[in-house]
Design a protein around this ligand. Structure first.
Ligand SMILES: [Zn+2]
Ligand SMILES: [Zn+2]
Length: 103
């Protein structure tokens, strides 16, 4: 149950959002995990589970290619069973840009 912060109407749940039926105010649900997909190697699409970034280790040496500041959360996933190495992901602590590095 969630009430619209703007007009106080009970909001409807729709997919990943709460939507106010009265003023159309839209809010993302407050779950700590968001699932999004990323295209990898053109054809193979995998689902990446976005972590609770506050729990992830931070690499202070890595420089964000987007904002050129240093510091990024990192984690790794196994892209395919065995035949490919781990794919390492970084998420910039400054601008939130996410990128990946192949081992
Ligand atoms: Zn509203
Ligand atoms: Zn950045």
């Amino acid at each position: 149950m969630k009430f619209c912060p703007k007009c106080g109407t009970l909001m409807k749940q729709e997919d990943k959002y709460f939507i106010c039926p009265k003023c159309k105010h839209k809010e993302k649900k407050g779950g700590e995990k968001t699932v999004f997909t990323e295209k990898i190697n053109k054809s193979s699409e995998i689902t990446v589970l976005e972590h609770d970034y506050k729990l992830l280790p931070i690499d202070n040496e890595i420089v964000c290619p987007e904002c050129n500041k240093s510091g990024a959360y990192f984690w790794s996933i196994q892209t395919r069973a065995g035949d490919e190495g781990e794919t390492k992901f970084y998420k910039c602590i400054n601008c939130g840009y996410t990128w990946r590095v192949y081992d």
